[in-house]
Ligand binder design. Sequence first.
Ligand code: TXA
Ligand code: MG
Length: 338
Amino acid sequence: MSSPGLIAITKADGAGVEAAAERLASGGLVALPTETVYGLGADARNPRAVARVYAVKGRPADHPLIVHIASGTELEAWAVHIPDYARRLALAFWPGPLTLILARSAAVGDFVTGGQTTVALRAPDHSVAQAVLERFGGGIAAPSANRFGRVSPTTAEHVQADIGERLDAATDLILDGGACRIGVESTIVDCTGPAGRILRPGAIGVEQVEALIGPLTAGSSRAPRVPGGLRSHYAPNARLVLADAGDASQIVSGLAGAGTPPSRIGFLALADEPRPDGVVRLIAPRDAREYARDLYRALREADYLDLAVVVAVPPTGSSGAAVAVRDRLRRAAAHDAG
Ligand code: TXA
Ligand code: MG
């Protein structure tokens, strides 16, 4: 367990959850599963623990973290001036893949929000995350458990491979709760204005949100304070090329002509999209939801296989999953565009 270098993975059974809560309470870091992606958690009231989260991720200190809470009944402890529409969102979608940006209460330190006067709050819909929150009894500040700018982890093994060397087996823990059900990060809604505004698309789509609270402020124009909002993010090593349905074979021929053999090209598309000859089909999702669930595993697989290029045909449609996958693919494709 305490061999330096690679931190062990702990099963998320009763003892594992208990150990995780203890480690959080003593200022350690706990990587834990949520329904979206794995988070790297710290006691949201402990400045030193939260500082280590930034250090382990290599994340700039002005990029704020999400505070995970057990349920909407804890909203008041962390936020003030909560608009009615935000309460309705929490009531309808929590626990779930939705993060609300609200004016922060005095309980929230600058060290969590990167100095901002707002705080990001989310109640995760995962039995392990909920069990840890309950045993720990406080808020857990947790960004996705990957190195800054890289693909979010959807399994405990991804966490171990990505940041395991930077964790300390004596104080930290990686909890294994299996693969994440949703696979892309939560929908973020800014609730500090007269109407909500989507800052990051996720599994809960615009239509679902608007059906509940009415029209959102248009445009997800994201300031750099949202790292998921940087154009180049969620990037694999392989170059990602986007293709329209039916165009992949032509693009592969072009790449082959320019010196990249099909055997070094990965293919990402729904299962019913024909695979160009010779390329490596990384996943075969049947719909946008499965696409979202398997996307990050596929991008990691591409790097593992040392592929040079991944050709991706994004899913169409306006569901939350489809929009979120298109968003992440666009950002991953912006990789070498800087
Ligand atoms: O699904 C998720 O949201 C996952 C799981 C672990 O909960 N977490 C996650 O955290 O994706 P992270 O840190 O990788 O992304 C959180 C996003 C960042 O883009 C951050 O800038 C934004 O939320 N954010 C946090 N606090 C904010 C604030 N006060 N105002 C605007 N954006 C904020
Ligand atoms: Mg992240």
